[in-house]
Design a binder for this molecule. Structure first.
Ligand SMILES: [Zn+2]
Length: 121
């Protein structure tokens, strides 16, 4: 897995992000729901968590460490870049930051908010 291309790694992180967001939403819904509906939501939440744990095994361990660190601070750890602007914090990225090339090894993070960046264009 270590040699996986950077775009593939970003995609894996983005899937992980989706699962984390769904878990967050399910936990939120659970907190708001009446007692009798709890059973249903608990089962859904368990499924989501199981899927998340399974998927984590598909992510590069280094990327996972970075992801986990960012998630502690921001709910969304991986954010798009549009016209050089980090859509996580709306800061314009320096011109030295450019879309990752296929053979690049390092994930790019925003200097301001620290989130992992991916390019929409
Ligand atoms: Zn940012």
């Amino acid at each position: 897995m270590n040699g996986a291309r950077i775009l593939d790694r970003l995609q894996r992180l983005s899937h992980l992000q989706d699962l984390e967001m769904m878990i967050h939403e399910a936990e939120d819904a659970k907190a708001k729901k009446a007692e009798e509906e709890m059973g249903f939501h608990m089962r859904g939440l368990e499924k989501l968590r199981a899927a998340r744990d399974k998927w984590r095994a598909q992510v590069d361990p280094r990327d996972l460490r970075l992801f986990d660190r960012i998630v502690k601070r921001h709910l969304r750890a991986i954010v798009p870049v549009e016209e050089r602007i980090c859509l996580g914090c709306y800061v314009t990225l320096p011109t030295s930051v450019s879309p990752p090339a296929g053979d690049q090894d390092r994930l790019l993070t925003c200097e301001n908010c620290g989130r992992i960046l991916y390019w929409l264009e």
